[in-house]
Design a binder for this molecule. Structure first.
Ligand SMILES: [Zn+2]
Length: 411
């Protein structure tokens, strides 16, 4: 088999296209595959109307390497001049419109860029940063276009502080089908941030939403009430966030008690913040005795801690009725501590009860989203921060969007 025929087969090139020549350019470390076209009648890429070629334009595409050589496809591509759609280049079978890479190369590049940092990916693939960016952007557009048809049922909304001053992004994720993925990442954490996401869904898809987990954050709540039919029954206040409020209250009690105790001797509460955050079963064994003594000494913090511990069992309630009964007792205990930070959290939970008890119907939390958060953190570290917000958002979708990113290969 001669080399032109070999490359035609490798590249899947068929009539009217053919490989005219293959040139090894040893000094440049490349192989150039010259592709010719024998057809002079083409359809307009927009309307399909067939017409004579108006002009030819030489284009180059990087393909997968041949052994150690960069492999470049070169072809004169027909341009047609449609009365309606103007002058346009016809579509070639080996690459997507506008790309300077073949579909095979883009597939490889996407796989490599998903596994390592952009800098490392560029090094391995021998492409520039901008080229990597272009490949990612095309991949995301492709993925988003393919995604739209599938309704999502169970969503998590979370906020994340990002590097630019005190700025936030709103992250919408979904764990339907087992694999958590980011559906959207929007600027700020305003009502409008989440509105923007809801508006990307069709009314039917908004109706199909079954449950939305979030922090007790009015902006997210209002937005969801506005766009999701029946949202009052579908919003679930996330148990991780609720636990965080509880922990903060315990720590507030500890700090106040610490200050008082510091008056006489060295406070036994010094440096014990973490200890009170543990669940009882997770207190390291070497500290168990100390923690027991501490609870006897620091009676206020111990009281707060006990209420916090009790609240953890809340999530094991069997159903809404069971949970309501549990909460009534727990609330009484919390108020009886006469500790302001604890009472404040208890009252807040009571006020938001309608969307806390929904947990026992939907069993949804932001647990999956927490995983997403740490992966986003990893992305930020890997990229050594992000100079611009759009690039950051793009990378989140590229790595965590669960999108079908690969271009189709025409064989
Ligand atoms: Zn046309």
């Amino acid at each position: 088999m001669n080399d032109t025929r070999l490359y035609e087969q490798i590249l899947g090139i068929e009539s009217p296209w053919s490989v005219r020549s293959v040139t090894l350019k040893k000094d440049e470390g490349s192989i150039e595959v010259d592709v010719a076209c024998s057809e002079t009648m083409w359809g307009c890429p927009e309307c399909g109307l067939r017409m004579h070629v108006h002009a030819w334009e030489q284009r180059r595409w990087r393909h997968l390497d041949s052994c150690q050589y960069k492999t470049i496809l070169v072809a004169n591509v027909p341009r047609v001049k449609c009365d309606k759609h103007g002058t346009q280049m016809v579509k070639v079978p080996w690459a997507e419109p506008g790309s300077r890479f073949t579909a095979w190369f883009e597939r490889l590049a996407i796989d490599v860029l998903q596994e390592c940092s952009t800098a490392a990916g560029c090094e391995i693939l021998r492409i520039t940063w901008d080229q990597a960016d272009g490949i990612k952007q095309r991949a995301i557009n492709r993925g988003l276009a393919r995604r739209q048809a599938v309704p999502v049922k169970r969503l998590c909304v979370d906020e994340k502080a990002v590097g630019w001053g005190h700025q936030y992004v709103t992250i919408v994720s979904c764990a339907d089908g087992g694999k958590t993925r980011v559906l959207a990442i929007e600027d700020d954490r305003e009502e409008n941030s989440l509105n923007r996401f809801w508006r990307t869904l069709t009314p039917e898809h908004r109706e199909a939403v079954e449950a939305v987990s979030m922090d007790m954050w009015e902006a997210f709540r209002n937005s969801t009430l506005r766009y999701v039919p029946g949202a009052a029954e579908k919003i679930v206040y996330d148990n991780f966030h609720l636990a965080r409020y509880m922990n903060r209250a315990v720590d507030e009690v500890r700090r106040a008690e610490h200050e008082v105790k510091q008056g006489d001797t060295v406070s036994p509460l010094k440096g014990t913040r973490q200890l009170w955050l543990y669940g009882l079963e997770n207190v390291p064994r070497k500290w168990a005795a100390r923690f027991r003594e501490l609870r006897a000494l620091a009676t206020k913090t111990a009281r707060a801690w006990k209420v916090k511990e009790l609240f953890r069992s809340f999530w094991a309630c069997a159903d809404p009725a069971d949970a309501t009964e549990f909460f009534r007792k727990w609330y009484r205990d919390a108020i009886a501590t006469r500790l302001e930070p604890i009472k404040k959290v208890a009252r807040m939970f009571k006020k938001h009860w309608a969307n806390i008890v929904t947990f026992f119907r939907h069993h949804l939390s932001n647990a999956h989203a927490e995983g997403i958060n740490s992966r986003i953190q990893h992305l930020i570290q890997q990229a050594c921060g992000y100079r611009n917000r759009d690039r950051f958002k793009r990378d989140v979708l590229f790595h965590l969007g669960g999108l079908d990113l690969h271009p189709a290969i025409v064989q």
